[in-house]
Design a protein around this ligand. Sequence first.
Ligand code: NAD
Length: 281
Amino acid sequence: MSAVIIDGKALSARVRTELVARIARAGRKVRLDAVLVGSDRSAAIYAENQAKTCAAVGIEYRLHRLPDGAQYDDIAGRVLLLNTEDEVHAIMLHLPLPPGVDVERVQSLIAPEKDVEGVNPANIGNVVYGRRSLVPCTALAAVEMIESTGVELRGARAVIVGASNIVGKPIAVLLMRAEATVISSNKFTRGIADLTRSADVLVAAAGVPGLIKGDMVKPGAVVVDVGINRISGIDGKSITVGDVAFDEVSEVAGFLSPVPGGVGPMTVAMLLRNTVDAAHR
Ligand code: NAD
């Protein structure tokens, strides 16, 4: 293996240490409120882990659970109430919401200054303008990981595979802001391997296991794998893999982020950092 591993666990540990210090210096409480609707098991596990992670850095975490049958008005009402409470600095909405509830409509109700997941269109718009705003956590995580390699982004060619509103598009915009030459691609892009092979920086965010093969990568490139896919391993047990064929690509890339242990832990760290930023503003 030749690629240097971009260690998301180590980078996120550094961010957390900085946050502990920032909270202590400010000497004020920081509070994150999360809304969880229904009895989805993975969302509940995620919320439990979040409570622990917040406690570890000194952020107060409150979970608001709404029943399975909750409708748009119930969820919207809770979000609007949290918007008005001064002691609530940050709000996040666990997904999924019950069938029939418009997720984007609820997200757009979160007060932009408390929207630590960066899902309100106002925050996403400000990312485009380069104004100070809360940026979607996974996009921030991916870009921080790229920057951690020391690569010069100005003038570099960056190819983003995947163009969702909350992951691929904001990553593309952040890299444009860093004056990279950015190519955004999606499942309809023709000749994607020619594009990825030309990339100094390659971000895989498609949700397709093993999509990026070794012969699709420019030697020495920085490759960040955002994908999180559950597949069946050789022994039949379910395992988590990214969008990058790790073994092959690690022979070609200069830097590569693993899955698990890459963008995932950094995304959590970015949520915590957005929370502290929201509280201190
Ligand atoms: P999405 O389904 O909303 O969007 C996927 C995008 O990839 C679309 O633009 C689609 O056109 C494109 N795409 C699909 N197949 C493709 C192909 N064969 N070639 C090129 N483009 C293709 O997904 P999302 O929410 O953006 O998530 C993408 C991946 O990132 C998923 O694996 C998801 O689990 C993961 N993710 C990880 C984190 C994290 O914290 N690490 C956070 C969010 C999402």
